[in-house]
Every structure is written in C-alpha cells, then in structure tokens.
Design a protein around this ligand. Structure first.
Ligand SMILES: Nc1ncnc2c1ncn2[C@@H]1O[C@H](COP(=O)(O)OP(=O)(O)O)[C@@H](O)[C@H]1O
Ligand SMILES: [Mg+2]
Length: 327
C-alpha cells in the first residue's frame, strides 16, 4: 500500500452558469458542488450515494480531469487533476455507461482495439490485452458482433472492459448499473467486486442504497453538492441512532406517549409520521436490551399494538441524512 491516498479532494466547488431567454440575458447559477472534502485510500471501494442532481457526475468528472472545479484542489494518485491531466489519464479508468462512448457499427473487439490505440497500448501487446478483457467480462463469445446488436447489459460489460483495458490503478464508475435489468446489474456488481481482488481502487456513484451497501467499504452521502456524511455502512447506521429500528402503527399517539418511548433506555430517536388516519412511529434503538414488549408496555393504551423490528437499513440512514441536510 502506498502512503499517497488514491484520491484526495479539498474544498471542491463547481458552479454552472447557463444563459436562457431570447437575448440570453437570464443567467441561472447552479452550485453543483459546495465544498467537498474527501480522502480515499488505495485498494478501497468507495461509494458516492446521492439522489439525482446531487452532484455525483460533476464530482466524478472533476476527479477524472474532464471538468475543472470552480475552486478547491484534487489529487488522484498524487497527481493534480487540473495540471497533471495527461499523466493522470494514463493511470485511471472511467466508465460512464449508457449508450454513448462506443462505436455501434463495429464489433466489440474493434472498439477495444481502437481504445487500446488511444491509450497508447503497444501493438505487440494489444491483442493479448483485448482478449484478456473480453474474457474477463465474459464477452469472448460475442466479441466479433457489431455492438449495435448488443443488449444494454452487454454494452455495460463492454464499457467496463474498455475502462480497464490500460490496467488503471483507480477506476471511476458513474452509476454503473443504471438502466440495467436485474440480472445484468447483478453481473456488473460481481465484475466490480472482482476488480477489487486485482488491487484496483474503485470510486463508484449510485443512487441505489443497496448497491452501495453491498459493494462499498465506505460510503459518502452527497446531498445538494455537500457530503452530508462519510463513513462505513455500520458507522452510518450508528450516526443516525443505531442498528435496530422498531415500527408501530395506530390511530394517533399522545405526546406523552411519544415522550415515554423516547425515554426508554437504548432509544435514540423517535419519529412519528402521519399516513392518512394512521400514525407510524419509527423508533431507532442502539443495539441493546430494549424489547418489543417494553415498547408495547409504554404504549399500553393501544390494545393489541403490533410492533415490528427490522435492521436499520442504509435507506433509513440516507433519508435521515438527506432530510437533515435539506432543512
Ligand atoms: N453542464 C451543466 N450546465 C448546467 N448545470 C449543470 C450542468 N451539469 C450539471 N448541472 C447541474 O448540476 C447539478 C448536479 O448535477 P450532476 O452532477 O449531474 O448530479 P448527479 O450526477 O448526482 O445526478 C444539477 O442541478 C445539474 O442540473
Ligand atoms: Mg449523474
């Protein structure tokens, strides 16, 4: 492991100005990133989680030299993303996905040969590398078909093959499973996971909670251009009040009842939400001895109250954090 972090960003901001109207006199200003600090170690798989418009693609583009930050500095493999662009591009890979970035009229193999030349892979090594990556993503059988005949899932595998052709040390994947059917999405996640075994540092963005939870060592929650939190999945659960979540529903709870539940040992947070005539209590509990029965006893006025228990999900964490940030 090297002592230089794989990725280091300090105070990254990015403002987009766009002009509208007949004389382009209306200027709209979007602050896509509002001061992002981030350190990712070598060999880590880091997930940047955030809703649409949070700034995930903007940050990915800045870190991969495709877009300049408005302010702040970022280094990838110790190289400045605004100054050492040439040297950096040779050592990183980017998978943007989607339909773009591949030539449809030629085969997958020809696409990869083209990108191998672009990456400066010596001709003597080219065929070997192309065959290796095709094999690795499981596309050898379709290597000589035109990519216009490829399914979305096959195209995404080809994107990944392209992204790793030059053996990058850091691979960036922007929403790698978006628009894929469940089976292709699963296969794509498997490929991403096995890259880690090859020692590649991975930075991926997603708006799927379970995907971040399944793949990533650490997760950053991006909300409106700011990192609302950055931690391990366990750390994020702890941050929003614990690993256990209890839920109960009934027709209205008194404030005094809520206060009683809030004061039970181990309870860190109680949220009550109205769903039509029904109120749902969500009770976050730090791992401990609090039982469902104890909760039912403090809500004794609600005869036959059903209390369910589940593990706090990353989705709870995400909603809590994004909500807090929006206030
Ligand atoms: N080229 C651009 N011009 C103007 N606004 C942009 C541009 N690119 C992104 N934005 C705006 O910046 C914000 C963040 O966008 P983006 O990074 O694409 O978010 P995400 O990838 O998380 O969905 C959004 O409000 C988006 O509309
Ligand atoms: Mg995006």
């Amino acid at each position: 492991m090297s002592s230089v972090p794989a990725i280091e960003a300090r105070g990254i901001t990015r403002v987009f100005q766009s002009r509208k109207g007949f004389f382009y006199q209306d200027v709209t200003r979007t602050e896509a990133l509002r001061g992002v600090d981030l350190t990712i170690e070598t060999g880590e798989i880091f997930g940047l989680l955030g809703p649409n418009g949070a700034g995930k693609t903007t940050l990915t583009k800045i870190l991969t030299t495709l877009l300049l930050p408005t302010s702040g500095t970022a280094r990838v493999l110790g190289l400045d993303v605004t100054k050492d662009t040439e040297r950096l591009r040779a050592r990183i890979g980017l998978v943007l996905g989607g339909e773009r970035g591949l030539y449809n009229r030629i085969s997958a193999r020809e696409n990869l040969r083209y990108f191998a030349d672009l990456y400066g892979i010596p001709l003597a090594e080219r065929e070997k590398r192309v065959n290796e990556v095709l094999e690795w993503v499981g596309l050898t059988w379709a290597a000589d078909r035109r990519t216009e005949e490829y399914s979305r899932g096959m195209k995404q595998k080809l994107h990944i093959a392209r992204g790793i052709l030059h053996r990058p040390e850091v691979l960036f994947l922007d929403e790698p499973t978006i628009g894929l059917d469940p089976k292709s999405a699963r296969e794509t996640r498997k490929l991403i996971r096995s890259l880690l075994g090859e020692g590649v540092t991975i930075f991926l963005t997603t708006h799927y909670m379970f995907e971040a939870e399944e793949l990533c060592h650490r997760i950053g929650v991006l909300s409106r251009g700011r990192l609302a939190a950055i931690d391990t999945v366990a750390g994020l659960r702890e941050l929003v009040g614990g690993d256990r979540t209890l839920e109960a529903e009934d027709y209205g709870f008194e404030d005094s009842e809520l206060a009683a539940v809030r004061h039970l040992p181990g309870v860190s947070k109680v949220v009550s939400e109205e769903y039509g005539p029904v109120t749902r209590l969500t009770i976050r509990v730090r791992t401990g001895d609090l039982t469902i029965d104890t909760v039912r006893q403090s809500l004794i006025g609600h005869g036959g109250l059903q209390v369910r228990e589940r593990r706090t999900s990353l989705e709870d964490v995400y909603l809590d954090l994004v909500e807090e940030e929006a206030r």
